[in-house]
Design a protein around this ligand. Structure first.
Ligand SMILES: [Zn+2]
Length: 257
């Protein structure tokens, strides 16, 4: 007789004395686990899935140019910064981003890292042949609370996606929010207060920069980051975000500026 893993000969004697483990027990165990740590879709709160197909779908879309919806993205003396975003920051998309950033849904780290990587592949031709990927840093207390540097995660995934598509891309943490950070400060103020730019070795990386942030709303943060980098040899060429807030809450699906 051929023994398989399913025969479990060593445990058979004791288990043979017991009634078959009832299936209700396994179901009850899952119910208890769910009561302690409810599993629900991060977008629509549907039960028993971490994210449902409908809420996942927008994150597979090809990124769209979004700078026209960001009124404060203007950088005096420069043409508007091209900014791509994968999804609109509305509805279940917004809920998923909030769950990820603010509600401790660390299971979404890989989800959004994958989304960034896919999106970066799609925009690679626009930033070829080489680019330096710079994360827009999160506040330190946010990173402490989350236990993970989300902007850095996104930047690394973005660079990986660009490399997938043949672009020479590497991450440089060229920006940092300084000790002048104040509660309630606007993005512009925060960056003005910041030490902002670390000492860097010039010429070691491509001078063109792709700024990466989780979301773009008014564009003020990206604009401030771009201005901070003006003091360096780096020049911001474009921005890339997971999601962008619609200009008036009514941006048409598929609209490209
Ligand atoms: Zn859902």
């Amino acid at each position: 007789m051929i023994t398989t893993h399913g025969d479990r000969p060593r445990r058979a004697p004791s288990r043979a004395q017991l009634p078959e483990r009832p299936t209700w027990w396994a179901q009850a165990a899952r119910d208890v686990a769910r009561a302690v740590v409810p599993v629900q879709c991060a977008g629509c709160a549907g039960r028993d899935v971490r994210w449902c197909e409908e809420c996942e779908a927008p994150w597979w879309e090809v990124p769209l140019r979004s700078e026209s919806a960001a009124p404060r993205l203007d950088i005096p003396g420069q043409s508007p910064l091209p900014v791509w975003a994968i999804a609109s920051l509305t509805g279940t998309n917004h809920a998923m981003v909030s769950a990820w950033k603010d509600a401790g849904r660390r299971d979404l780290d890989a989800f959004f890292a994958d989304a960034a990587r896919r999106g970066a592949r799609a925009i690679a031709s626009a930033v070829a042949p080489a680019i330096t990927v710079v994360p827009v840093p999160a506040r330190r207390r946010s990173t402490r609370r989350r236990g993970i540097d989300l902007p850095l995660l996104l930047a690394q995934s973005t660079a990986a996606g660009l490399r997938d598509a043949g672009v020479e891309a590497q991450v440089m943490r060229a920006l940092t929010i300084g000790t002048g950070e104040q509660r309630g400060a606007s993005a512009r103020e925060r960056w003005r207060q910041a030490s902002s730019v670390r000492a860097m070795r010039g010429g070691a990386v491509p001078g063109r920069v792709l700024l990466v942030d989780d979301v773009v709303t008014t564009g003020a943060t990206l604009a401030a980051a771009a201005r901070a980098l003006e003091m360096t040899f780096l020049t911001v060429a474009a921005g890339f975000c997971l999601a962008s807030a619609p200009a008036s809450g009514a941006r048409a699906v598929g609209q490209v500026s």
